[in-house]
Ligand binder design. Structure first.
Ligand code: OAD
Length: 250
């Protein structure tokens, strides 16, 4: 892989020359080369090892907050130990050169640490901690990470004493209103949408490429594997994020 496929190069040039807006939608595959596991698709992906219904729902939290906090504490630790990859860095550079919105389903902060401004974290952010009871943001320090601890008692809210939860969207919860509105706006007005590292199985985020296309955008998928979105993309580039994205800024 040493060049942008001609058709994609062409559409990118035309978008830049026409002053068009680019919307990038990223998913877990974006951070895979930083060592963060994806949710699906490999034997060691998160949802093949863990049951989302026991770990990523409000009911799971009510049932056993220490189990859920312990699991998210482990995921926060993985992210803290990880570094942005060449793909994250390339997107930050691309945003310096053209009008670009970055919409991510990822709850990590690797885009930000690579220098990007994330316009919309549609599934929330791991580190945007808040109280489960009173919803107040928790701005105190994170508790110490304990290796291999399955259950960890969640921190307590300084205002009401409630349990502190991770700032992610759990199954069955609504997406954060402002982030979703921003994502829809970016999808609606872009001339080009790059869909990077998502299986396209989780709605409503998976509906953004179709929305962009209905509004006239060209949709390019960057993913080493076929996905639920491949058929509706105008172009597919079978490459990883860290291989493909740096070629766009060369
Ligand atoms: P998935 O785990 O469902 O899909 C990851 C995608 O990344 C797959 O299509 C892989 O082929 C692709 N992939 C793997 N390695 C890659 C690489 N190096 N470069 C590019 N692509 C690569 O992740 P998402 O689509 O993000 O939701 O999952 C969507 C949502 O499902 C997540 O946000 C999460 C999960 O349940 C919530 O937690 C609410």
């Amino acid at each position: 892989m040493d060049a942008v496929p001609a058709a994609i190069d062409d559409v990118l040039r035309r978008t830049i020359d026409g002053g068009g807006h680019v919307c990038v939608l990223t998913g877990a595959g974006m951070s895979a080369e930083s060592g963060i596991p994806t949710f699906r698709g490999t034997h060691d992906s998160l949802w093949s090892r863990f049951d989302p219904m026991r770990l990523a729902t409000v009911e799971a939290w009510r049932e056993d907050p220490a189990l859920v906090w312990g699991w998210y504490r482990w995921r926060m630790h993985l992210v803290r130990e990880a570094e942005p990859n060449a793909g994250h860095r390339a997107l930050a550079e691309l945003a310096q050169r053209l009008s670009l919105s970055l919409v991510t389903q990822n709850v990590d902060d690797l885009h930000e640490r690579a220098g990007s401004i994330v316009d919309a974290h549609v599934h929330g952010s791991l580190f945007a901690l808040r109280c489960f009871a009173c919803e107040r943001l928790h701005d105190g320090a994170l508790d110490d990470y304990v290796d291999d601890a399955q259950r960890v008692e969640p921190m307590r809210c300084m205002a009401c004493g409630g349990h502190i939860r991770p700032g992610v969207v759990w199954f069955g919860e609504a997406l954060p209103h402002d982030a979703w509105a921003t994502a829809v706006d970016a999808a609606t007005r872009c001339a080009l949408m790059l869909v990077v590292g998502t299986s396209g199985l989780v709605y409503p985020a998976a509906g953004l490429p179709a929305l962009a296309r209905r509004h006239g955008a060209t949709v390019v998928e960057i993913n080493p594997e076929p996905t639920a979105l491949s058929a509706e993309a105008d172009h597919v580039w079978r490459a990883t994020a860290a291989q493909a994205l740096p070629l766009l800024v060369r």
